[in-house]
Design a protein around this ligand. Sequence first.
Ligand SMILES: *[C@@H]1O[C@H](CO)[C@@H](O)[C@H](O)[C@H]1NC(C)=O
Ligand SMILES: *[C@@H]1O[C@H](CO)[C@@H](O)[C@H](O)[C@H]1NC(C)=O
Ligand SMILES: *[C@@H]1O[C@H](CO)[C@@H](O)[C@H](O)[C@H]1NC(C)=O
Length: 282
Amino acid sequence: MRFIWACCLFFAVAQATDWADVRPAHQPQPPLLRRPHFSKNRIIGGENAVEGQFKYQVAVLIEGAGFCGGSLIADDVVLTAGHCINNFAFWEVHAGALNFNNIDEPGRVVVSTNVSVLHEEYNGVVINNDIGILKLSEAVSGPNIAPVRLPSRSQENTTFAQSVARVSGWGKSSDNSSSINVDLKYVDLRVITQDDCLAIYGPLIINENKLCCDADGGASSTCNGDSGGPLVITEADGEATEIGIVSFGVSLGCESGWPAAFTRVTWYLDWLEANAGVTIRP
Ligand SMILES: *[C@@H]1O[C@H](CO)[C@@H](O)[C@H](O)[C@H]1NC(C)=O
Ligand SMILES: *[C@@H]1O[C@H](CO)[C@@H](O)[C@H](O)[C@H]1NC(C)=O
Ligand SMILES: *[C@@H]1O[C@H](CO)[C@@H](O)[C@H](O)[C@H]1NC(C)=O
């Protein structure tokens, strides 16, 4: 019996799990937890972002309770994960934000929307086609707000394997956290090959429309609350291009060392052109 239990417990816990299952803290962190000593806590790695560093990053509050990230791909369109859209009807988008609890932050723009497009073939069971957009009724702008660049058609077959890419978000900074991180953070991760990711998650989960990054043995990764946020590479011209949307990790935890998985943006260029009203560069 013990053997069977061990076997099935493993299968019950080692599943791909999307990173949305977290709520924002309703109270600001007590000052003690925000001492500089703790601000570089590297449990899932990364650093705190500075003002204006991620102008395309938005926070998405889902029906006043759930939390996701997203990116502006036009001044009135947010790109996010499908699981941040599926079965929800109302979102509040915070653009130009850094400290999420500081609602009076200069330059922050908050817009509510109930207009979304979820990918027609979104599948939450195997977390496939995990992509969606939110349409804002008005354009957002400000000194700390600007859309991110999407990949060009000439990049549609680029795997980005071995590239170093940067992901940002307010997701949990450790498995022990019970709520999102108040300050926007970012971390650099290395994109791994499809074969390497397939060998770990298996063919039921991994296909060519996903992209995986190494989690540096659990030291650097995404976590709950980062869902929908942007993974970007910096190209030769110094501009950031979004190549991934934070999608999922493993239910064993953000610090388990399993790869961080993303929706592969290059797979959806036609879909984005058709649904988001953006023009994809040649
Ligand atoms: C959704 O937006 C429409 C148009 O602005 C509005 O009439 C409607 O009341 C909204 N619905 C909800 C549930 O907020
Ligand atoms: C990408 O691959 C497809 C299928 O092999 C091919 O038809 C297409 O021309 C390629 N695109 C580029 C930009 O190389
Ligand atoms: C997380 O919580 C567990 C159980 O309370 C504890 O053993 C562990 O040291 C904690 N980890 C961190 C990084 O705080």
